[in-house]
Design a protein around this ligand. Structure first.
Ligand code: NI
Length: 280
């Protein structure tokens, strides 16, 4: 395990506690960015994880043969185990422990690609809107661009101090239940802060911070690698209901179910195939 090469100053920790986000000019080296970018492009070219529902279009109906405008891969290191190493990861964990405390653990990761010139916007949302309404979360996402992230190319934008609010109502993008991506019904009125950063820098946001990334109008793909860190979750005493989650019927969920079924069939070959109608 490498030694972290980064430590936040108290002023940066205070800024995060107050605003619910933070930007860093460098979380890794240019050489590591080049290495990561080669792996990243290979995984997206191969649509790694598609058959098991881990690769899909966040912003579209995700039908086979359609061009994805916001392709995403969940858990990329499953398809490129070398990603388990790296300074970016070591530094990210060190930062997470400074912001959340020593109990913070890695809690998942994903890659979101905005293709050059037609990459779709990521609408305003809170990450926690995707998660279980039954649990209490305290987590951060560390968003690392593998090229310069500009406003024109779709860098991150945050609503300052918005993490202090509860999860607000969301709906699937375009109100289309086939679409995985969520959009908040209303954007809070506080100040919006675009956060352009260099390649290998990072933005950090709390799981309830409102955020957005514009369309990619630039000539270069916008590659972002995102690491999530979290404190242990706890059951909530007060129940929440996230009705938007029940609406969704995505092709990704169908593939995920299909893959789980084939896995089960390997263990119990006599299992009969269930039709996809009972997808939810
Ligand atoms: Ni998000």
């Amino acid at each position: 395990m490498q030694t972290p090469t980064i430590a936040l100053a108290q002023a940066q920790i205070d800024f995060y506690q107050q605003e619910g986000y933070l930007t860093l000019p460098a979380i890794t080296t240019p050489a590591e960015v080049t290495w990561l970018r080669a792996i990243y492009d290979r995984l997206f070219a191969a649509q790694a994880g598609r058959a098991e529902g881990n690769q899909f279009d966040l912003a579209g109906a995700d039908e086979e043969g359609q061009v994805a405008t916001l392709p995403q891969i969940l858990n990329p290191k499953k398809y490129a185990p070398e990603l388990a190493e790296g300074l970016f990861r070591v530094n990210a964990l060190a930062i997470a422990r400074q912001l959340l405390g020593p109990e913070a653990q890695a809690g998942g990761e994903h890659a979101i690609l905005k293709p050059a010139r037609y990459g779709a916007p990521t609408p305003w949302h809170q990450d926690e809107a995707y998660w279980s309404p039954d649990l209490h979360y305290n987590s951060i996402s560390i968003w690392i661009p593998l090229q310069e992230a500009t406003v024109q190319g779709g860098c991150m934008q945050f609503v300052s101090k918005s993490y202090a609010s509860e999860v607000q109502p969301h709906h699937p993008i375009n109100n289309d239940p086939r679409i995985h991506g969520l959009e908040a019904d209303h954007i809070p009125a506080e100040q919006i802060v675009p956060c352009p950063i260099p390649a290998g820098g990072a933005t950090i946001h709390h799981c309830r911070t409102f955020h957005y990334a514009g369309p990619n109008l630039s000539d270069e793909p916008r590659r972002a690698y995102i690491l999530i860190f979290a404190l242990p979750t706890a059951m909530r005493s007060e129940k929440r209901i996230f009705p938007w989650q029940a609406l969704q019927q995505t092709a990704r969920m169908a593939r995920q179910k299909e893959a789980a079924f084939s896995l089960l069939q390997k263990v119990s070959p006599n299992l009969k195939h269930t039709p996809l109608s009972g997808m939810n």
